[in-house]
Design a protein around this ligand. Structure first.
Ligand code: DQA
Length: 141
């Protein structure tokens, strides 16, 4: 089983970026957590601050069994990401570290949610682990 974990803009700054909102753990900590929980799964971890690079990553994920996607701010703006998720037909779980519904109104709308298998928001890094669990479950059934 192969899963792409794709993080969007500003998530390379995890650890120092608004720690009250996003916690003090880094992107490397996240990758270590996920690999430690699921040693049997082959992960590809990508982070980009550029929408086009994220699109390329999603297109390449056609060969994968699932995608865990934190599109960060592009969640709320990107029709292109939405179209890419719809195009690749690979089960994709939308994840947010923070509870976007408890924050500013502009974060309440997700353009990608309708084409994702599900959405996990507000559970911190645990949300990524749960997203992988969900992909595993859907593969098994
Ligand atoms: C985020 C929430 C987004 O609204 C924000 O733009 C981010 C991070 C989260 O993980 O909580 O950059 O996706």
């Amino acid at each position: 089983m192969r899963i792409l974990v794709l993080n969007g803009p500003n998530l390379n700054l995890l650890g120092t970026r608004e720690p009250d909102t996003y916690g003090s753990k880094t992107l490397t900590d996240l990758e270590t957590l996920i690999v430690g929980r699921f040693p049997e799964i082959e992960f590809r971890f990508e982070q980009s601050n550029h929408e086009g690079v994220m699109l390329d990553c999603l297109h390449a994920a056609r060969a994968y069994d699932g995608v865990v996607l934190n599109a960060a701010a592009y969640t709320h703006t990107s029709i292109a990401l939405r179209d890419a998720i719809a195009a690749i037909e690979v089960p994709t779980i939308e994840v947010h570290l923070s509870n976007v519904h408890a924050r500013e109104e502009f974060r309440h709308r997700s353009l990608i949610a309708p084409v994702c298998r599900g959405v996990i928001s507000g559970l911190g890094m645990t949300g990524y682990v749960l997203a992988v669990e969900a992909l595993l479950d859907s593969k098994a059934t």
